[in-house]
Ligand binder design. Structure first.
Ligand code: HEM
Length: 444
């Protein structure tokens, strides 16, 4: 019988506190440093002992092998914020809900959303004034939220409510990593921060409850997520979902959609704006493909360079951590992982690995992309995950990002607003920009 291999600790461990201080104080560099030459490293923080996979083949297996791995602590912490929706479950409950939700995310549905996304983009960026600085990250977040609410929930909310909704989502996201590490009771202590947070979540629930009530009262002819949820039944009881259950599914979908899409889009804009040559190529492509018209679904495939900018953005700016839990004892790279142990991988670390990518920290939209036939192994690039939990909103996200980026390129010449201080990368489960003040100059 082979002797089980030793699993070395990740760099940055200190006596007694383990990796906690590194994780809390410098998570970005911590996660990047976890990708050592070892296929698997151990990370210990608070009560959690996490086995982190470095080898792409292991990263891939953890995502696809649902007989061995289920949703773990990280996702449970997230789902707990939303009342544990079915889509966040594991096994048959998850599969049932995924099937229920599939139609409004299909390519056919996304085709019909393209006009809505182009419309919301125009409503926002068409209102910018030449020579007047805009907080582009906020504008992008608002327009993504408005577009997603219209596409998936056929809902048009006021600007103020849309902003409230997405700010609450941001607050949940900011709390996610500490929440996973620290005892849950800390979140209920009535500090001003916790009180503000709870009030925002309650406001948010009230908004969604109102939407559900209105739709029940006047169902109409919608083929959106809200209709799919109202028609769906619980896989175990066969009963229709209650309003509270629908709210829970609604909220997690909105969360999954907003923060990811708007953060990635802000990065894509930033990366192109600070590289005039990249911006110029985006503009040339937008001029050639769109010819002064709006972005339509059929034109998306011709926006080849725009898509390369997006693919490269998703490589460079990936989430810090994704985890699962071992349902049974399993051996990975010779290491025996006990049943119940947390297992994970850092998309950020893998996407920036020097043995997988040349000059990995450089933003290079011309590097070989996922479909360009490289010899990169499976599990080296997975911006939307893979396996049964692969992002259900992938096509919608890519469509939204392409429409917005191309529309911006067609209309505006952008640069960082003069006088802006340092723009930095902020720690979060999905790291984001500290700000994005841009100065637009008209191109049309
Ligand atoms: C750039 C934007 C996006 C990125 C980078 C992204 C990334 C991901 C990733 C990596 C996963 C897999 C997580 C795992 O394996 O643990 C995932 C799952 C998921 N995403 Fe996205 N996502 C994006 C946009 C969206 C949008 C627009 C929606 C729409 C609601 C969405 C809904 C979901 C849902 C529901 C899941 C869970 C799927 C399941 O477990 O079956 N995402 N996403």
């Amino acid at each position: 019988m082979p002797i089980p291999a030793y699993c070395p600790p990740a760099p940055g461990r200190v006596p007694l506190l383990g990796h906690g201080p590194a994780l809390l104080h410098r998570p970005l560099s911590f996660f990047e440093a976890t990708r050592t030459a070892d296929p698997l490293v151990r990370v210990g923080f608070g009560p959690v002992n996490l086995f982190l996979a470095n080898e792409p083949a292991l990263v891939h297996r953890i995502q696809v092998d649902t007989d061995t791995f289920e949703r773990g602590r990280f996702f449970e912490a997230l789902a707990g914020n939303f009342g544990n929706p079915l889509i966040a479950a594991s096994g048959p409950l998850h599969q049932h809900q995924r099937r229920t939700l599939k139609p409004p995310f299909s390519r056919r549905s996304v085709r019909t959303y393209t006009e809505v996304i182009a419309d919301e983009t125009e409503a926002r960026v068409g209102g910018w004034q030449a020579g007047r600085a805009v907080a582009a990250d906020e504008e992008i977040s608002d327009l993504v939220a408005a577009a997603v609410l219209r596409c998936l929930f056929s809902t048009e909310l006021s600007h103020a409510t849309v902003r409230d909704v997405r700010e609450t989502m941001n607050a949940i996201s900011r709390r996610l990593l500490p929440q996973t590490i620290l005892p849950a009771a800390l979140g209920t202590i009535p500090t001003p921060g916790n009180r503000r947070f709870i009030a925002a979540v309650n406001r948010f629930h009230a908004t969604v409850d109102q939407l559900i009530r209105e739709r029940r009262a006047a169902p109409g002819q919608h083929h959106d997520v809200l209709s799919a949820l109202l028609d769906s039944t619980h896989p175990e009881t066969g009963a229709h979902l209650t309003d509270v259950q629908i709210r829970s599914e609604f909220l997690i979908l909105l969360f999954a959609a907003l923060e990811t899409t708007s953060t990635s889009l802000s990065w894509a804009v930033f990366e192109s704006v600070v590289r005039p040559r990249v911006q110029r190529r985006l503009q040339d492509e937008a001029d050639r493909v769109l010819g002064g018209g709006p972005v339509t679904y059929d034109r998306l495939t011709d926006l080849v360079f725009t898509r390369k900018v997006i693919d490269e953005t998703l490589r460079l700016h990936a989430p810090m951590l994704s985890t699962r839990r071992a349902k049974r004892a399993v051996t990975l790279a010779g290491v025996v992982i006990p049943k119940g142990a947390e297992v994970g991988y850092s998309p950020r670390a893998v996407h920036r690995a020097a043995d997988l990518y040349e000059a990995p920290s450089v933003f290079d939209p011309d590097r070989a992309g996922p479909d360009d036939g490289t010899d990169r192994p499976r599990g080296a690039y997975f911006p939307f995950g893979t396996g049964p939990h692969r992002c259900i909103g992938e096509h919608l996200a890519l469509t939204t990002m392409t429409v917005v980026l191309a529309s911006l390129a067609a209309r505006w010449d952008l640069r960082i607003a003069p006088g802006t201080g340092r723009i930095s990368e902020v720690n979060s489960s999905l790291p984001h920009l500290s700000s994005l003040p841009l100065l637009p100059t008209s191109r049309v």
